[in-house]
Ligand binder design. Structure first.
Ligand code: ZN
Length: 107
């Protein structure tokens, strides 16, 4: 997946609604069917990890509010291969916890 195809899913900060400067977005993980992007808001400096995954149901994107740095996140995701199925189960788990999850866009 190309980042350009997905950036419009994560265009606004969930905290302050500022538009992200996507020049600051970093792709930290990429699979055939899923892309993980780390974005820091240039206005309030909140960070999210956004995952965009192709599933049987279409494209699912979600943002996970994080205290991790981009490097930490990379280590976390780099620890093992993340499959589309795993991303989907992660999504299922995270959507149970509204504090952890900010679903930005679902399509
Ligand atoms: Zn913000």
């Amino acid at each position: 997946m190309e980042l350009d195809e997905n950036v419009h899913f994560i265009s606004r900060c969930p905290f302050c609604s500022a538009e992200y400067d996507l020049d600051g977005a970093r792709v930290i993980g990429e699979e055939e069917d899923a892309t993980v992007v780390y974005v820091t808001c240039s206005k309030c400096e909140s960070s999210i990890v956004a995952m965009v995954a192709m599933t049987g149901l279409g494209i699912v994107s979600l943002g996970l509010v994080t205290d991790m740095t981009a490097e930490d996140t990379k280590k976390f995701f780099g620890a093992k291969e993340v499959s589309g199925d795993e991303l989907l189960s992660m999504y299922e788990i995270l959507k149970e916890d509204n504090n952890a999850l900010r679903a930005l866009t679902k399509k």
